[in-house]
Write a protein that binds this ligand. Structure first.
Ligand code: LRH
Ligand code: MN
Ligand code: MN
Length: 405
């Protein structure tokens, strides 16, 4: 059945003038990092429902992440959050990951869970608290050296709830001061990804509220600083793919935190309510990967795709499998866009023709393509089903209830 379905698919794509060899090799190169915090009990400021079988420590989180990679072939690295994933010996964590076929990915400092940071971390009026926060950032660079991580992902909860609560311009300067110190501590092959968020937990002003501010800090710091786009961190109606195209063109798009949102920073499974948005993000990326400018092409190759979700009511490992598969599906569809048709429509001022050419790729069923690639890679055709049948979900129940954040 797979062979017949793929033969038909191939024929249809040949008629459209799509080079499937190129599509296949790009799909096989797709890597989506999963977050350690998506495997544990975490995620909401309301009730966290403790689950039986969740990892009890970072080593077990890595074990669950390895299962996702083994079944999907898509997620060879796992991001860590410090101190949620604090361990005595990061080299040991790295070796444990490697023994399971994984690497440790981005290191995420955490400057939002200590009482000291109630009125700000790197933007606090108290110099001693700013020092403590910056020291934590520097400590994370040491962790990166031990884990062999390339990226430090920065997100600050810093902001204020009321007018007058803080001096916005002073806070801007303090943030730059801290980021400069961190930047100077980076090794030449390390990158600093600056994440922005419009609001929450601060509700009046957030120090790093949008991509423009993140981009401005990146410009001030230097080429190793880039912007991280978390899909859940925008105001309603924001055109995220426009931001993506803009940042790619400036060669400052460091990576993504993928998740799905309907109202705010919902952190749900990516591609569940926003598949077309995800597809349109990949449309911009695929378009840039065909650019005549080599710098742009190389830049696009270095974008880090990461999931940032917390699963509170879902089963955690299947939720992660679903997430990486949803990203793969939308990327596959975007790779089937017929660019010549769009370009012709653009030349002719054919607005509806251009829109139609983009949407038609989204409407293609890519199941035969994905099955064929999984077959070639020796992966299960249906990773969700393979997980259910693997018995791993039952096996981990012996870990008991509760677990780390
Ligand atoms: C903040 C955020 C950031 C954190 C993660 C847990 O909303 O997106 O990336 O590190 O959630
Ligand atoms: Mn995020
Ligand atoms: Mn978030």
């Amino acid at each position: 059945m797979t062979d017949r379905a793929y033969a038909l698919f191939e024929e249809q794509q040949q008629v459209r003038g799509i080079d499937l060899n190129e599509v296949r090799s790009k799909l096989k190169a797709l890597r989506i990092e999963t977050p350690s915090w998506g495997y544990g009990d975490s995620g909401t400021r309301f009730k966290v429902f403790p689950k039986t079988g969740v990892p009890r420590n970072p080593f077990e989180k890595v074990e669950d992440a390895a299962v996702v990679h083994r079944l999907t072939g898509l997620s060879p690295t796992v991001a860590i959050h410090i101190p949620w994933d604090k361990v005595e010996d990061y080299g040991k964590l790295k070796r444990h990951a490697e023994s399971l076929g994984l690497g440790i990915g981005a290191v995420n400092p955490n400057l939002f869970q200590e009482e000291d940071y109630m009125l700000g971390s790197v933007t606090n009026t108290e110099a001693a608290i700013r020092r403590k926060a910056t020291d934590h950032l520097l400590e994370c660079v040491d962790v990166m050296k031990e884990t062999g991580s390339r990226d430090i992902s920065l997100w600050f909860a810093d902001g204020t709830n009321y007018p007058g609560q803080g001096d916005i311009r002073k806070r801007k300067a303090w943030m730059l001061e801290s980021l400069r110190e961190l930047y100077q501590a980076l090794q030449p092959d390390m990158r600093m990804l600056i994440e922005y968020k419009s609001f929450e937990p601060a509700f009046y002003h957030t120090d790093l509220a949008d991509w423009g501010m993140a981009y401005n800090y990146a410009l001030k710091l230097g080429p190793q600083a880039e912007v991280l786009v978390d899909t859940g961190h925008h105001a309603q109606g924001t055109n995220i793919e426009h931001i993506v195209a803009y940042l790619i063109d400036e060669q400052r798009l460091g990576g993504f935190h993928f998740n799905s949102r309907k109202y705010a920073d919902d952190d749900l499974v990516v591609g569940t309510v926003n598949p077309y948005e995800l597809f349109l993000i990949f449309y911009q990326i695929v378009l840039a990967s065909r650019d005549t400018n080599e710098g742009i092409r190389q830049h696009v190759d270095n974008i880090a795709y990461m999931i940032d979700q917390s699963h509170n009511i879902e089963q955690k490992i299947p939720a992660m499998i679903r997430s990486v598969l949803n990203v793969q599906t939308q990327y596959a569809k975007a790779l089937l866009i017929q660019h010549a048709e769009i370009e012709e429509a653009q030349r002719n001022g054919d607005v509806l023709g251009a829109e139609d050419a983009v949407r038609r790729a989204f409407e293609i069923d890519v199941t035969p393509l994905l099955h064929s690639i999984r077959e070639e890679q020796g992966l299960p055709l249906d990773p969700m089903r393979a997980y259910r049948e693997s018995g791993y979900g039952t096996q981990i129940l012996t870990r008991g209830k509760g677990g780390a954040s």
